[in-house]
Design a protein. Structure first.
Length: 335
């Protein structure tokens, strides 16, 4: 059985069968010898679209049956286009002219170019194109087109998997920074963000204020009403803090019934006003079936380090407890 290509005569667009041993007048025997001519390697059976086109006009001079059937499964009963660009979607035609052809003219070859066939049945078929220029009169381009449908599906699956992994990583990162019960920042995330805020304050004219808050008699609440009530108090207390602070303020539960807030303010008394506001909101809360209060320590400074503010606010909070609870003590640090 002879080995053959489908040759497309440009002027009449009529299909004819040409053996490799009898090449068309426009293709030299030496060029066609690059393709296998053994009967055991029939080009019609290769699962790759093989095309020879002119370099200057991209006229399709020869193509194997597989390529024709990519464009139209019933190609034997239809006249295929004479130019390679006519097989492509409008977007791929632009890519061919603006990217592929300059590459062929400059480098003499291209590899794994993603194109799309605009098939006669209105189907869009993704393909990968590899091409090589063979110099001569005329100069020819040898093309190989492979179907990339599965490749595109696999690529989309990889994209979806990557997006899923990124979303999971974001959720894990959020969980690693969040207190599970209250939804506020945990101690580690609070320290990281507070240190950044303090450095920002040092580079500006702002003051940094550290508020340490402790729910009064929280152990008594747990002992008298149970841990479920204790958890409810903690979560509602956290919501109250979040509601009465700004988005830019750093609010966290740093352990047990202790909460901390770092804010940047223009004047020291702004931090004192925030503490008073929080005390009032805690006293007036109505979301719990019992009354609660808190003791607050506020340390304010312009250039202090995190540890200095932390220790000062903690000491001031314990001073508030020792002086009757349900109150606030504040101090501006020197420096």
């Amino acid at each position: 059985m002879p080995n053959f290509l489908v040759a497309i005569k440009p002027t009449r667009l009529k299909l004819k069968v040409a053996t490799l041993q009898k090449p068309s007048s426009q293709v030299s025997k030496a060029q066609l010898s690059l393709l296998p001519s053994s009967a055991s390697h029939e080009l019609a059976n290769f699962p790759v679209g093989l095309v020879i086109s002119s370099l200057d006009t991209l006229e399709v001079l020869q193509a194997n049956q597989y390529f024709i059937e990519l464009y139209h499964p019933q190609a034997a009963h239809a006249l295929p286009p004479s130019r390679l660009s006519q097989y492509l979607s409008p977007a791929s035609q632009i890519l061919l002219e603006s990217y592929v052809m300059p590459m062929l003219l400059h480098q003499g070859h291209c590899q794994e170019i993603q194109l799309t066939f605009a098939c006669q049945n209105q189907h869009r078929l993704p393909v990968l194109a590899n091409a090589k220029v063979i110099s001569g009169e005329p100069a020819l381009v040898y093309w190989a087109f492979t179907v990339a449908t599965q490749r595109d599906s696999l690529y989309q699956e990889l994209v979806n998997l990557r997006n899923d992994l990124e979303e999971r990583a974001e959720r894990l990162e959020l969980l690693s920074q969040t207190d599970e019960l209250t939804g506020l920042l945990n101690r580690r995330a609070f320290i990281e963000r507070a240190q950044v805020a303090l450095k920002q304050a040092q580079r500006s004219t702002s003051y940094a204020a550290f508020l340490m808050l402790d729910i009064d008699y929280f152990k008594r609440i747990n002992d008298q009403f149970g841990h479920d009530m204790g958890d409810l108090v903690l979560s509602q207390f956290a919501k109250l803090l979040a509601t009465n602070t700004r988005q830019t303020d750093i609010v966290a539960r740093i352990g047990g019934e202790e909460f901390a807030i770092v804010v940047l303010v223009n004047e020291p008394n702004a931090a004192e006003q925030l503490a008073d506001k929080l005390l009032q909101a805690i006293r007036q809360q109505s979301s719990l079936p019992l009354s609660i209060s808190a003791s607050i320590g506020v340390a304010i400074a312009k250039t202090a380090e995190f540890q200095q503010l932390y220790q000062a606010a903690d000491e001031l909070m314990y001073n508030a407890k020792h002086q009757g609870r349900n109150c606030m003590r504040w101090r501006e640090l020197e420096g």
